[in-house]
Design a protein around this ligand. Structure first.
Ligand code: AMP
Ligand code: MG
Length: 339
């Protein structure tokens, strides 16, 4: 997570006249770095600048609370505790409670206690290294969401267990930022928190937002999605990785093995109202692999998904038909619709 938080928040008037004498609502823009990623928030309407400042404050506060590397963060305090039981309430308590629900729902494919393993690979510090199998085994023995006990105002963890909200924090932050905007009366906004997109309402003219999906192999725009009032969150092996002897090691870890998930998927995008749920599910379905992800979707059907495979082919869930378009350069890609 970012130890440094540089931000420049400026009101940029991006759009002017719609037609003749009618003026379109002004787009206000706020850009900054938080949670180790570039964020760009755009909102329309009166009060948008004040609202964006509130949204930004929510995100920065969460960055400070969740940063595993920041000695002042709540998560750092939990991970470096002296006793097994620590006080925990407020927002981090709510986030952990939701994370545990999602861990159970995904059969542990998403697991907020993955940190000892993630740390061994160096993904949170950038000091990448290949752990030995003994080190991985040791780190894995500390992982297990079922070993946490979250009580009224307290959390009990087994010795050595550590939390990592890297797989859900940006989505949660997007939800909080969207809520802050709504409370300020904003009805139209698009929030870009790195690869996590959160839309509020429609565009001011009533049309859908267009969100791009990246081709993992080339970084080009693979497809577009038309959405309103939804989050669009992507997990991909291309987002953070290092290479040793030609072998790529990425940051989405299979909690069953401690190794980067390697199952034929290169990205998973989840589309649903809640950013936090999208975020956890994008990580979890990436870990589950093509068959597990399709099965999970068929059992739930309360979200939509785009899966990109390492041969470049694409699968979408049937609810996206009509709103998903491969860009012309990728129109030859094999596209399967999951029913
Ligand atoms: P995302 O980009 O949302 O898929 O999240 C990846 C980040 O979440 C990683 O950088 C780790 O910090 C953390 N993480 C990796 N694997 C898992 C997992 N299986 N469950 C929960 N968090 C994970
Ligand atoms: Mg995620």
């Amino acid at each position: 997570m970012a130890r440094f938080v540089r931000f420049l928040c400026s009101a940029l008037v991006l759009s002017l006249l719609l037609t003749g004498c009618q003026t379109a609502p002004k787009a206000h823009d706020c850009q900054f770095v938080a949670m180790d990623t570039f964020m760009s928030l755009t909102a329309y309407g009166e009060n948008a600048q004040t609202a964006l400042t509130r949204a930004q404050e929510e995100i920065l506060a969460l960055d400070t609370a969740l940063d595993v590397n920041n000695e002042k963060s709540r998560v750092y305090a939990i991970n470096h505790r002296q006793q097994d039981t620590v006080p925990l309430s407020g927002e981090v308590g709510q986030l952990l409670s939701l994370s545990l629900e999602l861990a159970r729902e995904t059969g542990g494919a998403f697991d907020p206690t993955i940190y000892p393993v993630v740390r061994k690979w160096g993904f949170t510090t950038g000091a990448y290294q290949l752990p030995t199998s003994h080190e991985l085994e040791q780190a894995l023995s500390l992982v297990g969401h079922e070993d946490l006990f979250l009580g009224q105002g307290s959390l009990t963890l087994k010795e050595g267990a550590q939390l990592d909200f890297g797989g859900i924090g940006k989505g949660w932050a997007g939800d909080r930022a969207a809520q802050a905007l709504r409370e300020q009366g904003i009805a139209s906004a698009i929030l870009r928190l790195g690869g996590n997109i959160q839309t509020l309402g429609t565009k001011p003219d009533g049309s859908l937002w267009t969100v791009g999906i990246q081709d993992p192999a080339t970084g080009d725009n693979l497809a577009t999605l038309a959405v309103a009032d939804l989050s669009v969150v992507t997990s991909g092996s291309y987002q953070r990785y290092f290479t040793v002897n030609g072998q790529v090691y990425h940051h989405i870890i299979d909690p069953a093995t401690g190794l980067p998930a390697d199952n034929g998927l290169t990205s998973v995008t989840i589309i649903a109202p809640s950013g936090a749920r999208c975020d956890a599910l994008s990580t979890a379905l990436f870990v589950m692999g093509p068959d597990g992800a399709a099965r999970f979707w068929r059992e739930h059907r309360d979200f939509e998904a785009v899966l990109v495979f390492d041969d470049g082919s694409v699968a979408i869930t049937n609810g996206l038909q009509g709103n998903f378009t491969l860009t012309p350069a990728f129109s030859h890609r094999r596209l399967e619709v999951l029913e």
